[in-house]
Ligand binder design. Structure first.
Ligand code: ACO
Length: 436
């Protein structure tokens, strides 16, 4: 639990105020400024929240300087090696890894909630051909509240338990249905006899004319990929989930907001953008040119898959994915020239002072696309894969937020617009410009 040990003193004009310093279980220190405005009239300014802790959380710990990531205290590499995605989902949502019975009960709950309401199936027909699956996913999840009510924060603990399992399970079904629709194949329903990841692969790739052989390597790999993406504390989409959820919006609308935030190219959309960029560099052939562009202040080009707001050391997830890449491609005999190019880029930038000085290492997205490609997942589904994996994290944060009775999120601002004006001043101004 966090402790309040010391205080910091802030002097402003003729006032001196003491601000409590809160200390987390891993020694993170934070200045509690919640009473600052009341005492001094001051607010703090931190656009992009680069230096703001928005909540207390017991879910995930990151030390970006040391490259540490732990869920509920357990290192990510340990989980990736020994646990399944369902174990990790349980861990994030419930606080500890499941016992044998808890695992069976949770798996059963996921299975019981895997089928999408049949009427929702028709929604897929209304999306235009070529619609991005992330947009379809966000829309469908938002619509779930109409089909599955009783998901507001004041419902019973049982309803919350079921709704959380439902959203984790059904989103996987929606994702696979969206893919099948996009390629004009009949949808494949979820099966109760398959594990979470095997079920997803089967729904994606099984076909009436070409039965899918569920490869144990692919199932193991998908478990690893989902585990490493399952949570990442207060990132953009989780912050969206907590902020929107704080208005006591229903769980599905809240998760839909998380999905929308994740779709951005600076967040979850980066894994698709990385592959597209690798393809572009590969086709062009002049890597040095792109490295020069990435370093040029006047050029908006960035080397995608590099840099991270929190990690100023090697992203521990990127290390796991890089090793998995070697293993999976070797085991399946796939040769991907984009992997060779990715290695060349990493080798080059890790010797380059621009990247060294700014602590720009590969992030989790740099190698994941290569693996998804090797598994046969199309590029426009990459961000969807991220969303599926992130569901337990969003759900865990939503539950933590509602159990903490978080106040509605409502930041302040510093107004820098016009001071008071009269309507007539503006009309005169417009008339002079011949706008009226
Ligand atoms: N290529 C080139 N230069 C970069 C890159 C990059 N990928 N990333 C950061 N920089 C430079 C910036 O230009 C800046 O340089 P300056 O100090 O000379 O102005 C410096 O490094 C610091 O960068 P910021 O933008 O301040 O870092 P921030 O924490 O705001 O951004 C971000 C992090 C958005 C991830 C950024 O590194 C980026 O755009 N990376 C590429 C996109 C990407 O891979 N996103 C996936 C993130 S992981 C995830 O969401 C799961």
């Amino acid at each position: 639990m966090m402790t309040k040990k010391s205080e910091a003193t802030l002097k402003f004009e003729d006032k001196e105020v003491s601000l409590p310093v809160v200390i987390g279980t891993e020694g993170d220190k934070g200045l509690d400024i919640s009473g600052l405005r009341k005492e001094t009239g001051l607010v703090t300014i931190d656009p992009g929240f680069v230096n703001t802790a928005s909540c207390f959380s017991q879910i995930t710990y990151i030390d970006g300087e040391k490259g540490i990531l732990r869920y509920r205290g357990i290192p990510i590499a340990d989980l990736a090696e020994k646990a399944t995605f369902v174990d990790v989902a349980y861990l994030l949502v419930h606080g500890a890894l499941p016992s044998e019975k808890e695992r069976m009960d949770f798996s059963m709950l996921l299975n019981r909630n895997s089928l999408l309401h049949e009427d929702m199936r028709h929604f897929f027909d209304s999306f235009p051909k070529g619609a991005h699956p992330m947009h379809i996913l966000a829309t469908m999840v938002n619509a779930m509240a109409a089909f599955y009510p009783n998901v507001d924060v004041n419902t019973t603990a049982r309803n919350i338990e079921h709704s959380c399992a439902r959203v984790i399970s059904i989103v996987r079904t929606i994702a696979a249905f969206a893919y099948k629709k996009s390629i004009g194949e009949p949808i494949v329903y979820p099966r109760h006899d398959l594990s979470y990841c095997a079920n997803f692969l089967n729904m994606m790739f099984d076909s009436p004319v070409r039965p899918y052989h569920i490869s144990p390597e692919a199932v193991r790999l998908l478990n690893v990929l989902f585990i490493i993406h399952a949570d990442h504390e207060q990132n953009c989409s989780t912050t969206a989930v907590r902020a929107i959820g704080s208005a006591q919006v229903n769980l599905y609308a809240t998760i839909a907001a998380g999905i929308s935030a994740l779709s951005g190219p600076l967040h979850g959309g980066a894994n698709q953008a990385v592959i597209e960029q690798l393809q572009m560099i590969h086709a062009d052939g002049d890597l040095d040119k792109f490295i020069r562009k990435a370093k040029d202040k006047n050029d908006p080009f960035r080397l995608l898959g590099f840099g991270h707001r929190v990690y100023k050391a090697y992203d521990p997830r990127a290390e796991i994915v890089r090793n998995e890449c070697e293993k999976y491609l070797a085991a399946t005999g796939i040769h991907d020239p984009l992997l060779d190019l990715a290695h060349r880029i990493e080798d080059t930038v890790r010797k380059d002072s621009y990247f060294i000085d700014r602590h720009l290492y590969p992030n989790v997205d740099f190698y994941t696309g290569i693996l998804y490609r090797a598994m046969g997942i199309p590029e426009n589904m990459f961000t969807v894969m991220f969303a599926l994996a992130r569901l337990p994290g969003w759900v865990a944060h939503w539950r933590e937020m509602i159990s903490d009775n978080t106040k509605i999120v409502r930041p302040r601002q510093i107004y820098v617009g016009r001071t008071q004006q009269e309507v007539s001043d503006d009309l005169e101004h417009c008339a002079k410009l011949h706008l009226i």
